[in-house]
Ligand binder design. Structure first.
Ligand SMILES: CC(C)(COP(=O)(O)OP(=O)(O)OC[C@H]1O[C@@H](n2cnc3c(N)ncnc32)[C@H](O)[C@@H]1OP(=O)(O)O)[C@@H](O)C(=O)NCCC(=O)NCCS
Length: 140
């Protein structure tokens, strides 16, 4: 597995990875433009391939506030590549990237089932909150 920091993003490969991992249909367009504008950096993991070249199998984004805080988003490993340490290596490199750029804090939130994963990646538990802004309205 090869890891690269903020490589040019193949949007079709990105969409295929997200669809396989999150079960969502074709995602947004212009992902590369969004990341260029708003990301401190992102890490891609590639499985070396034969004739077809390297295949995108993992991704994590370090979203940035422009100051000393960043937030880990979209930690993703292809289902067929899980439990081999790719996720942890992606996060390790994301932490290193934030540290190299002089940031002071890296945040993450997750579902309870991924708590142990992030704990092993070095994150300390903290109280936090989350509001879903897109919830469907059932009544007026
Ligand atoms: C969460 C996710 C990124 C983890 O990726 P991964 O590559 O499987 O992660 P790792 O292999 O580094 O670690 C996963 C587990 O496998 C275990 N593991 C690592 N290498 C292993 C090996 N060689 N053999 C067996 N188990 C191993 C780790 O101990 C870890 O266990 P833990 O979760 O109890 O800490 C992946 O499951 C995923 O993409 N999920 C769907 C998307 C998602 O929900 N992302 C989280 C967003 S907050």
């Amino acid at each position: 597995v090869e890891y690269r920091v903020s490589p040019p993003l193949d949007e079709a490969a990105y969409s295929a990875l997200m669809a396989a991992a999150w079960g969502v249909g074709p995602t947004e367009t212009d992902v590369a433009a969004r990341l260029t504008r708003h990301s401190l950096g992102y890490i891609c993991a590639y499985r070396a391939g034969g004739l077809q070249g390297a295949r995108l199998i993992g991704f994590v984004n370090v979203a940035w506030d422009g100051g000393v805080h960043a937030f880990l988003l979209d930690t993703t490993v292809h289902p067929s590549e899980r439990r081999r340490g790719v996720g942890r290596e992606l996060v390790r490199r994301a932490v290193a990237l934030a540290r190299e750029r002089g940031l002071a804090w890296l945040h993450v939130d997750c579902e309870a089932r991924h708590e142990a994963f992030y704990r092993r990646c070095g994150f300390h538990p903290t109280a936090a909150g989350l509001i879903r802004l897109t919830e469907e309205r059932t009544e007026d």
